[in-house]
Design a protein around this ligand. Structure first.
Ligand code: PLP
Length: 407
């Protein structure tokens, strides 16, 4: 049984994840160095504030932000960041969340940025105020929400402006920042899936965002349930105060100066709204280790590694009847190379969606990306693959298509 894995022992089949680091598919494959650092972390105890204080410095170094913090995911970072914008450094307000009566408790968001991850923002006790109409998405026009509309929507109840970063996001972040800052309102950026390119670690902070959220379990390769909140020192401090266990006498509280300025506080909240998204020492260590490796590898090396795997997959899929495999390299949308398998659905008598289903329901289960099935395309991504998975995927695709043509 030397080759048995923990999943064999549990009786849970593993899957080949050519979709991406989706949470429902358990994210991606952690580097051994990260797993080893996490194992090592579990063998000692530390003061969690001190550990997060060091994380603050390391994340600040990688992002250019004043401060940073390790969260239980980008969604957790959105919750903590929103809470920080609502409470500021007032511990009485922190203790009252998610009851925000009497506080600034509205968050403005361009309507086209609404998505179900904003549950995390609303969970802090705020109401989202949608601004603008996206004519371009409706196909009725070319415009989307504009920065002046955000400026016009800001009131004394506005706690923050939420901005969901993406290659196609409108209005441009710097214009949103200018509108918000003119009214003294912070901008919270959801950049969960905006890595790579690694330059995006710095980009949104450089463009003036007050807080930026990244997922640690996506391309960074950290623990699946980890993330980063970075930005303004006072806001990160307010987030940390609502997240760390502060069940300690004021006199005994000796926090790391990188993260906390005790002189600015009248007292401490105890367990804040962030407690449901607690982060363990091993997750902090894992995220920091993965972040260092992600930056050290660099986009060029990473893209070359992914491209080699996708080239092998495309070559292994060449010559199939009724299907053409194409290596799709860097585009304006992403720098992650993928393989697009374009199907002649009529000739095969099989839709792309059905191919995705058969790959998923087969043995081993291969999860492809179904985002282009309406165009007859099955997409394979390298980000969450193990070495050698490209051959297993090709075998499965061949057998699914062969079964179709022999029917
Ligand atoms: C993935 C994602 C999140 C959630 O990130 P987690 O780290 O899984 O919590 C939030 N927002 C967007 C836009 C995402 O793509």
């Amino acid at each position: 049984m030397t080759n048995s894995t923990v999943y064999d022992r549990l009786g849970v089949p593993t899957v080949i994840n050519a979709h991406t680091t989706a949470t429902r598919l358990s994210g991606g494959i952690m580097r051994p160095e990260v797993a080893e650092a996490m194992r090592e972390a579990t063998q000692w105890t530390v003061d969690m504030a001190t550990l997060q204080g060091r994380a603050c410095e390391i994340i600040a170094g990688h992002t250019g932000a004043e401060a940073g913090y390790v969260t239980a995911g980008a969604a957790a970072a959105l919750l903590l960041g929103t809470a920080a914008c609502v409470t500021g450094l007032d511990p009485a307000r922190m203790n009252r969340l998610p009851d925000t009566a009497g506080m600034r408790n509205e968050v403005i968001v361009p309507r086209s940025h609404r998505n179900f991850y904003d549950h995390a923002v609303r969970a802090a006790g705020v109401t989202l105020v949608e601004v603008g109409l996206s004519d371009r998405y409706a196909g009725a026009g070319v415009r989307d929400t504009e920065a002046w509309e955000i400026a016009a929507a800001i009131t004394e109840r506005t706690a923050a402006v939420l901005y969901v970063a993406g290659h196609d996001a409108r209005p441009p972040l710097p214009a949103v920042v200018a509108a918000a800052h003119a009214a003294g309102v912070p901008v919270l950026v959801d950049a969960a899936a905006q890595l790579p390119p690694a330059a995006n670690l710095r980009r949104f902070i450089a463009e003036g965002a007050d807080l930026v959220c990244f997922s640690g379990g996506k391309a960074i390769g950290g623990p699946q349930a980890s993330g980063i909140l970075c930005g303004r020192r006072d806001l990160v401090m307010a987030a940390a105060l609502q997240h760390l266990d502060q069940d300690i006498h004021w006199e005994l509280w000796n926090p790391p100066p990188a993260l906390f300025d005790k002189a600015r506080l009248p007292g401490l909240p105890q367990h804040g709204i962030g407690r449901t998204a607690k982060v363990g020492k091993e997750a902090v260590v894992g995220l920091l280790t993965a972040l260092d490796l992600f930056v050290a590898e660099g986009d060029d090396t990473r893209t070359a590694r992914w491209t080699a795997q996708m080239q092998t997959l495309a070559a292994a899929l060449a010559g199939l009847a009724g299907a053409t495999a194409t290596l799709v390299g860097r585009s304006r949308r992403t720098i992650v190379p993928t393989v697009h398998l374009t199907l002649d659905e009529d000739a095969l008598g099989l839709t792309a969606l059905e191919v995705v289903r058969r790959l998923q329901d087969g043995e081993p289960s291969v999860h492809a990306n179904a985002s282009r099935v309406d165009d007859g395309i099955v997409v394979f991504s390298p980000v969450a693959l193990r070495p050698g998975d490209e051959h297993r995927i090709a075998d499965r695709v061949r057998s699914v298509l062969r079964a179709a043509s022999e029917r």
